[in-house]
Write a protein that binds this ligand. Structure first.
Ligand code: MGD
Ligand code: MGD
Ligand code: SF4
Ligand code: MO
Length: 911
C-alpha cells in the first residue's frame, strides 16, 4: 500500500518503541507525547489506529496547552504517512545496509581528520532533534573530535536571545513562564506574530483578556498581523528600529520616576551607562517617533502604560532576534525590566518565545557553537576540565566553533571539507541560500540525516541516513518556559529508519571513541542529567540533577517539568531571579548601553524596497511535514508577495498578478497579494516554499547574510529588494497524482490535496503543444485511461485523464481562469465521480451554485471563504461567534478568528 506502514515494532536500539510499551505515558489507549512543531510545546494524545495512522487530540493534563491544539497540531494525523519518506541509507545514490553506510561515514570522517585535522569537519544540527540526539552530537564533536564546530539552526532563530540573556543575566536563563502571560496587566508582543506562530499561547492570552478586560496588549511589529486582532495598541515601527523604541522607554521611565532605585542599587550594574545613552539618543517621545516612524502620541501612550503598570511582560520573537542589532534589541528591552525591578515575579519579565519544538533544548545541551554543554562555557578552563573529565574524551578546544553562516562560508573557502547535516534543510533556510548551495556542492563529503527523501539539501548529499520521525522517535524536548516534556513513540520504526543518537553513537564507536555504547535514550538522558548536576554545582543555572538515575520505566513516566530541578527537589522552577541573584560572577544583573548602530545594508535607488520574511498560519518551515496535509495546504497554497496597495499601484502590480523580486543575491518570480497592513516601501514573503515545492525556490535566495556581530544571527527581516511587474498571462490549474514538476512554464507551485497534488502554473506563453505537455505530467499512464481533451479557438484548454470514474490528471488552462472552481475541483480529485459530478468536473464548475467552498479559512473544520461570505450575506451573520455557531469555523483552535473578523469587515464594506 503506497504511503502505508506495516510490520511490527522493531526493538533494536534506536529503532523506536511501540506505544504499547510506554508505561506511564498512556491514557485511555492514547500515548501522551509533545507536538513536534512550535516551541509552545503542547501536550498531545496520539491514539494509533493500527494501520499506521493515529487520532490526535490535545492532552488536557499538559501545562502548556491544557488540551488545546492549533491547526497544525490538530492536523498531525495527516502527516504520518510514509509517502516521500527516506526509509533506507543511501551512499552515492545507492541503497546500502546501515553497516555499510556507517562504515562510509566513519571512514570519510577518519580520513578527513587525519589529513586536515578537527577544524575541517563540522556538524550542522537542529531544534527538530531531541535532547538525547543533541547531547550525543555535541559530545562527539566537542568532547572527542576536539573542535567546537557544531552549530544548530537555532543560530538562525534564538542566538540573539541567548547572547542577550547571557549579557544581562550571566546565563541563558528564561526568567518567567507562560502563567505570567495571564497574570500581567500589560503585555508587549514585540516582533511576534503570536496568533499564527504560537497559536495556543495566543489563545491563552485571548482567554485571559476576555476574563480580565483591563489586561492591555501592545503589538510592536512593522506589519499589521492577525495578532493585532487583540491589540489595544499597534506600533507599526520602521523595520529594525526597536532599540530606539526601548532606549526611549528607558529614558521615559527615568523621566516619569518609574525606576526602582532600590532594586537597581541592590541587584543591577550598568544602569548609569545605559541611561546615559538612552537620554542622549532618545530623550523624548518625539525623537523616538521620528526614529521609529510612529505617531508621537502612540509612543507616549506605550511609555505611560509601561511606567504606570507594575505587572508587565515583554514577549519577543523573530522580529527582535533576526536582526543585525538583534542582541541589542534583546538587551534594550531587558534593560527596562531590570530598571523597574520587574523580573522574576508573577506577571512580570521579558519572555522570549522559542521557535522549534526543541530550540530551547539545543541551547541547554550545548548545540550552539558558542556554548559547551549544560550552560557551561568552553572559554572557561575549569568548565572545559569538568566536562572533559566527565566525558573521558580528549581535551576540549578553547577555539570558538563556527556559527551557522560562518560554517557554510568555511565550506565555501575550503576550510571545512566534511559536513554532517541533521534535521535541518539549510539550502532552503540559510540566507543567500543559492550561494551556500554552490558552496555545498564543492564540499568533499556531505552526510544528511533526514526523515524525508527529497529536500533542497538532500539533493546534494553523498550519504543519506534515514531518521525516525515524530511518532516514531522517543526522548525529551524543552519548551519556551524551560519545561522538559517527553516525546513518546506510538508508531513502529518504518523501513530502516533509526534514531539520530544511534547513528551518531555508531559513528563514534567506529572512530574508537569510548562512552557511546548507549542501550537506549533513557541512558543518554541519565548521563545528561548527571552532567547538569556538575554544572549546577559549578554555579550554573541549568541543573536537572533530580532527573538523574531514572530507570527506563521512570523515564517513560516522566511528567513535564521546568528546570532547574536540582537533586533533592521535585517540583521544578516556574520563575528565576525572584531573589535578585543572577549568574554573573558578582551575582548582579547587567544593563547594557545600546547605542544605535546601522542595521546592515539599507534600501537605495537600485533596491528601494525592504523585504521582510516570516511565517504563515498553517505551514511549517520548508514544508516537509505540513506540505503533506491537504487541510493545512488549503489556507495559503502558494508563496505570495504581500505589499501595500499604494506601492502596487505605483509598480503596476495587481492582486493575483505576478512580480519579479530581485536583491543583490538572487531573483525570483512569484504571485502578488495586496495587503494594506504593510507599511509603504515594505514587502513580505513567507519563508516556506523552496525548490522542492515551487519554481520560485526559497525566499532565502534573496535574503542578505548580514549578521548580528554578537550572536552571529542573520537578519532575515530586512533585505533591500527591487520589485517589477511580470506578465504571465497564460495560467493554469493542474491536478496530478505524482509530484512531478511541470517544465516549460515560468511559474509553478504545488500543494497537497486529497488524492494528489494541485499545481498552480503560469507562463508568458502556453507550451507549444499543451496536450502533449499535459500528458507528459501524468507519470506512467495506464493503457486503459481515457483521455478527454478540449481546446477552443481562444486558447482555453482542458485535458482530463480518467480511470473508470476517477480523474487521474486534470489541466484547466487559459488566459481567463477566474471562473474556475479550483477548490471544488481539488476536493473532487480523490473521489469516485458519478455522472453529474463528472459532467460538472469537466465543466470546471460545480453543478449547484454555492458548492465551491473557496480557499480554506478554517483549517480545523475545513470551511472555505465562499461558504463564509455566503452565510454572512444570506443569514445576516455579524460576528465571529455567529459564524462559529452557524458553520463551526473558528470554534476549534481559534486561529482563523482574526481572518473571520476581516471577512466580516469586507462584507460590511461591500454591503
Ligand atoms: N505557523 C508557523 N508557526 C511557527 C513556525 C512556522 O514555520 N509556522 N515556526 C516556528 C519557529 S522555528 C519560530 S522561530 C517562530 C517564529 O515566530 P515569530 O517570530 O512570531 O514569526 P515570524 O513570522 O518569523 O516573525 C515575527 C514578526 O516579526 C516582524 N518583524 C519584522 N521586522 C521587525 C522589526 O524590525 N521589529 C519588530 N518588532 N518586528 C519585526 C514581522 O513582521 C513578523 O510579523 O514560529 C514558530 N511557529
Ligand atoms: N527568510 C527566512 N529564513 C529563515 C527564517 C525566516 O524567518 N526567514 N527563519 C529561520 C528559523 S527561525 C528557523 S528555525 C529555520 C528553520 O529551517 P529548517 O531547519 O531548514 O527547516 P525545517 O523544514 O524545519 O527542516 C527540518 C528538516 O529536518 C527533518 N527532520 C524532522 N525531524 C527530524 C529528526 O528527528 N531527525 C532528522 N534527522 N531529521 C528530521 C525534516 O524532514 C526537514 O527536512 O529557518 C530559518 N530561515
Ligand atoms: S501551538 Fe500548535 S504548533 Fe505549537 S506546540 Fe501547540 S499545537 Fe503544536
Ligand atoms: Mo526558528
Amino acid at each position: 500500500m503506497p504511503g502505508g506502514r506495516g510490520g511490527a515494532c522493531d526493538r533494536l536500539p534506536g529503532a523506536g518503541r511501540s506505544g504499547a510499551g510506554v508505561a506511564g505515558g498512556v491514557v485511555n489507549g492514547g500515548v501522551r507525547t509533545t507536538c513536534p512543531y512550535c516551541g509552545v510545546g503542547c501536550g498531545v494524545l496520539a491514539t494509533p489506529d493500527g494501520a499506521g495512522g493515529a487520532a490526535i487530540a490535545g492532552d488536557p493534563a499538559h501545562p502548556a496547552n491544557f488540551g488545546r491544539l492549533c491547526s497544525k497540531g490538530s492536523a498531525l494525523g495527516e502527516t504520518l504517512d510514509l509517502d516521500g519518506r527516506l526509509l533506507e541509507p543511501l551512499v552515492d545514490g545507492r541503497p546500502v545496509a546501515w553497516e555499510a553506510a556507517l562504515d562510509a561515514v566513519g571512514e570519510s570522517l577518519r580520513a578527513t581528520l587525519r589529513q586536515h585535522g578537527p577544524q575541517a569537519v563540522a556538524f550542522y544540527v537542529s531544534g527538530q532533534l531531541l535532547n538525547e540526539d543533541y547531547y550525543v552530537a555535541n559530545k562527539l564533536m566537542k568532547g572527542f573530535i576536539g573542535a567546537n564546530n557544531i552549530d544548530t539552526n537555532s543560530r538562525l532563530c534564538m542566538a540573539s536571545t541567548v547572547a542577550g540573556h547571557t549579557r544581562a543575566f550571566g546565563a541563558d536563563t528564561v526568567p518567567g513562564c507562560y502563567e505570567d502571560l495571564e497574570l500581567c496587566d500589560l503585555l508587549l508582543l514585540v516582533g511576534s506574530n503570536t496568533a499564527w506562530c504560537h497559536p495556543v499561547l495566543y489563545q491563552r492570552i485571548k482567554a485571559a483578556r476576555a476574563a480580565r478586560p483591563d489586561l492591555r496588549v501592545v503589538v510592536i511589529d512593522p506589519r499589521r498581523t492577525p495578532t493585532c486582532d487583540i491589540a489595544d495598541l499597534h506600533l507599526p515601527l520602521a523595520p529594525g528600529s526597536d532599540v530606539a523604541l526601548f532606549n526611549g522607554l528607558l529614558a521615559a521611565l527615568d523621566a516619569r520616576g518609574a525606576v526602582d532605585e532600590a532594586y537597581v542599587g541592590a541587584h543591577v550594574d550598568g544602569f548609569d551607562a545605559a541611561l546615559a545613552v538612552a537620554r542622549t539618543e532618545t530623550p523624548d517621545a518625539a525623537t523616538v517617533a521620528a526614529a521609529c516612524d510612529l505617531p508621537v502620541g502612540d509612543v507616549a501612550q506605550l511609555y505611560d502604560w509601561f511606567a504606570g503598570t507594575e505587572r508587565v511582560v515583554t514577549v519577543f520573537s523573530q522580529g527582535v532576534n533576526q536582526s543585525a542589532v538583534g542582541t541589542d534589541k534583546v538587551n534594550a528591552l531587558i534593560n527596562c525590566h531590570l530598571a523597574t525591578g520587574r523580573i522574576g515575579r508573577p506577571g512580570m519579565g521579558p519572555l522570549s518565545f522559542t521557535g522549534q519544538p526543541n530550540a530551547m533544548g539545543g541551547r541547554e545541551v550545548g548545540g550552539l557553537a558558542s556554548m559547551l554543554a549544560c550552560h557551561l562555557d568552553y572559554a572557561d578552563a575549569s568548565h572545559r576540565a569538568l566536562v572533559q573529565a566527565f566525558w573521558g574524551g580528549g581535551p576540549i578546544s578553547a577555539t570558538p566553533g563556527l556559527k551557522a553562516v560562518d560554517l557554510f562560508s568555511a565550506i565555501e573557502s575550503g576550510q571545512v571539507r566534511w559536513l554532517w547535516v541533521m534535521g535541518t534543510n539549510p539550502l532552503a533556510s540559510l540566507p543567500q541560500a543559492d550561494r551556500f548551495r554552490a558552496a555545498l556542492a564543492t564540499c568533499e563529503r556531505v552526510i544528511v540525516s533526514d526523515c524525508v527523501r527529497d529536500t533542497d539539501t538532500t539533493a546534494l548529499a553523498h550519504v543519506l541516513l534515514p531518521a525516525l520521525a515524530w511518532g516514531e522517535k522517543s526522548g525529551t524536548v524543552s519548551n519556551s518556559e524551560r519545561r522538559i516534556s517527553r516525546q513518546r513513540a506510538f508508531l513502529p520504526a518504518p523501513g530502516q529508519a533509526r534514531a539520530d543518537w544511534w547513528a551518531l553513537s555508531q559513528v563514534a564507536q567506529r572512530l574508537g571513541f569510548q562512552g557511546f555504547d548507549y542501550v537506549d535514550e533513557a541512558a543518554i538522558f541519565d548521563e545528561y542529567a548527571r552532567l547538569s548536576a556538575l554544572a549546577g554545582a559549578a554555579g550554573r543555572d541549568f541543573d536537572i540533577g533530580a532527573l538523574a538515575g531514572l530507570d527506563r520505566a521512570a523515564y517513560d513516566a516522566l511528567e513535564p517539568v521546568q528546570w532547574p530541578v536540582p537533586a533533592g527537589t521535585r517540583q521544578g522552577t516556574a520563575r528565576l531571579f525572584d531573589d535578585g541573584r543572577f549568574y554573573t560572577p558578582g551575582g548582579r544583573a547587567r544593563m547594557l548601553a545600546c547605542a544605535s548602530r546601522a542595521v546592515g545594508s539599507a534600501p537605495d535607488s537600485e533596491y528601494p524596497l525592504v523585504l521582510n520574511t516570516g511565517r504563515v498560519r498553517d505551514h511549517w518551515h520548508t514544508l516537509t511535514r505540513t506540505g503533506k496535509s491537504p487541510r493545512l495546504s488549503g489556507h495559503i497554497a502558494e508563496p505570495l508577495l504581500e505589499l501595500n496597495p499604494a506601492d502596487a499601484t505605483r509598480l503596476g502590480l495587481t492582486d493575483g498578478g505576478f512580480a519579479r523580486i530581485d536583491s543583490r543575491h538572487g531573483g525570483l518570480v512569484t504571485r502578488v497579494a495586496l495587503d494594506s497592513g504593510l507599511r509603504a516601501g515594505e514587502v513580505f514573503l513567507p519563508m516556506h516554499w523552496n525548490r522542492t515545492f515551487s519554481s520560485t525556490g526559497p525566499a532565502d535566495a534573496l535574503v542578505d547574510a548580514v549578521l548580528d556581530p554578537v550572536s552571529g544571527q542573520p537578519q532575515f527581516k530586512l533585505t533591500p529588494v527591487r520589485v517589477t511587474a511580470v506578465a504571465l498571462p497564460w495560467r493554469g490549474m493542474l491536478l496530478t497524482r505524482q509530484p512531478r514538476a511541470p517544465g516549460d512554464v515560468d511559474y509553478f507551485t504545488r500543494a497537497r490535496v486529497a488524492g494528489g497534488w494541485r499545481w498552480r502554473i503560469a507562463a508568458a506563453q502556453a507550451p507549444q503543444d499543451v496536450r502533449a505537455w499535459a500528458r507528459s505530467l501524468a507519470g506512467p499512464p495506464a493503457a486503459d485511461w481515457q483521455w478527454l481533451e478540449y481546446t477552443d479557438p481562444l486558447g482555453e484548454c482542458r485535458v482530463l485523464a480518467m480511470d473508470g470514474d476517477r480523474v487521474m490528471l486534470a489541466l484547466f488552462a487559459g488566459t481567463e481562469l477566474d471562473w474556475l472552481a479550483d477548490d471544488w475541483l481539488a476536493a473532487r480529485f480523490g473521489e469516485a465521480l458519478d455522472g453529474p459530478a463528472r459532467r460538472a468536473f469537466l465543466a470546471g464548475v460545480p453543478g449547484s451554485p454555492g458548492a465551491d467552498p473557496g480557499r480554506t479559512v478554517c483549517a480545523c473544520h475545513q470551511v472555505g471563504i465562499n461558504t463564509i461570505v455566503q452565510a454572512i450575506v444570506e443569514r445576516g451573520l455579524d460576528s465571529p461567534q455567529a459564524i462559529g455557531a452557524t458553520l463551526k469555523a473558528g470554534t476549534n483552535c481559534g486561529s482563523c478568528v482574526p481572518e473571520l473578523r476581516q471577512i466580516l469587515a469586507a462584507a460590511d464594506r461591500a454591503a
